[in-house]
Design a protein around this ligand. Sequence first.
Ligand code: EPU
Length: 317
Amino acid sequence: MTPSADILGKTGGHDWDLVGELAALVSGDTVIRRDVPLAKHTTLRLGGPAEVFAEPASEADLAALVNGCAVRGTPFFILGRGSNLIVRDGGVRGVVIHLAHPCFSRIEIDGARLRCGAGAKLKNVAVEAKRHDLSGLEFLEGIPGTVGGALRMNAGAMGAWTFDAVESFRFMNSRGEIHQRISGEVPVEYRACPLLITNIALGAVFRGTPLPREEIEKRMKAYSEKRWESQPAAPSAGCVFKNPAAIPAGKLVDELGLKGTRVGGAVVSAEHGNFIVNDGGATARDVLGLIALLQARVREARGIELETEVEIIGEDH
Ligand code: EPU
């Protein structure tokens, strides 16, 4: 049997101890478990379990896990805050790696620079910048993600995106080797840093600009008010679709009268047409059904192809 088939051991009836094998490669501080529900690790609050779920306790342990997966042909997925993620109801085969250990969430101030680990919450980055009278990171305040996720998808809000504020970043490749890049050297686009699709973001150096704290506070307050008045508080994965060039996706859905459209427990938000909320008990199947329905309606009415912005992973069954 090939190693890649081994990970399917549960369905194939083989008693192959992937957890035990991976645990043997890492320090005792790294947590590795089987069949961990992912719903509580996503802001949409739905989806099936991770076959194996690992929280490495250091970069060395992360490298060991990544190498261990590579040798066995086992797929792995790096989970951030799960705020831009739909996990299918059948869960995720292979290893889901969560950078939740404190060693990945450091935020260190160095003059006008903030050195941040991939696991640091964007809100904390914005707050630390404010505490040190550094402007330019206010837009991160309301994005419910981590630095790693924001780097990978070049997350944005309020007319700014992550790489506007990044000076350099570190990443690990699929062999566990660590590299660093100056942000200007690397192509980024609206909602993507292609280099970080196949490599793991480890952290970034953000650069702020000195500004009196009251000014920074004023901006953060304005952004937060705009968000609260235009976006839903119910569980969601943020904006579902990328904005097409012609018109913002939310406006399009709104104009077509599609707010409130429902499939099972998944509903198009009344507050913002580009959000699907979990109205309680929604399944990934409901959400994906609603996404397909919206895409079809928009295609018929306007001839526009709505492309998903959320990441969709896992198996249907
Ligand atoms: N609009 C409507 N109806 C709606 C929603 C929006 O008419 O239901 C109109 C608004 O009035 C505005 C325009 O559409 O004129 C754009 O709306 P908004 O300012 O809310 O911005 P957006 O383009 O829909 C983008 C990001 C958000 C980010 C906001 C705030 C994308 C796909 N979305 O939304 O990011 O929070 O700007 O800056 O680029 C996310 O990435 O998950 C996300 C939520």
